[in-house]
Design a protein around this ligand. Sequence first.
Ligand code: PEP
Ligand code: MG
Length: 289
Amino acid sequence: DIETCATKALAPAITHAGKTVSVLANIGGPDDVALAQACGAEGVGLFRTEFLFQQRDVLPSEDEQFQVYCQIASAFGDKPVTIRSLDVGGDKPLAAYPMPAEDNPFLGQRGVRLCLAHPDLFATQLRAILRAYQQQPNIQLMIPMVATVDEVRQVKALLEQQRQQLELCDSSLPVGIMIEVPAAVLNADALAQEVDFFSIGTNDLTQYVMAADRGNSAVAELVDYFQPAVMSAIARTCAAAHKAGISVSMCGEMAGDVTATETLLSIGLGKFSASAALLPALKEAIRRC
Ligand code: PEP
Ligand code: MG
């Protein structure tokens, strides 16, 4: 019945071996919070902030972003809320911030590349996140599409510059990166020295490892995270995180796929983030492992 379902959704996910696994939600905005909580989310592993920027003529102000970040983080109390910085590009244009078309948008200026190329746009978001963090210490920042150590250092420098401008003394905001570009996997040891956590984005990682457009049905067979090359990339990422002693999670679609759960646990993944509706079944799958 409904009550048993709710109790099970809220109960922790513990394997037979006694390992407690964190299960968090992917959300797209404040409207997703209630469902995530009802489905037993132990925080937010991926908050896609794109919704704030898309389908509007004017970019959101620092204050508007600050309000939204505080609202979502406070709804989760002391549970972690991972805010991903703006992840748009040629494939997801912004009406409020027109950019030139690209021949290969998936290989172009998207994610952190776009943000670093437009520091005005990026700084506003970083300021909103830094301010929200002063009120909500459960916030952490996640950077998408990272390929190099230099990108991480540039983000951290911009963050530090904005922190000083805001005259904030606290510089402890956790900063993590998505691992979704093969270069990041191959250089995971060095990246792990720069950040507080990794989160594996299997949607883009699969597309880039397999060189197969995730939206093109003609190559759908290749867009498969069970391909050995993708599995190997995931395992290497986990190993690099463990070796460096930083946390590693997964927030791509594979995290919510219960046919992958046992394998992911066996390679040492201890944190999963998926759409709210998938969480109760995911927790059940973990308890069966
Ligand atoms: C991913 O690439 O796996 C991911 C979680 O990010 P998005 O789907 O938003 O690109
Ligand atoms: Mg992605």
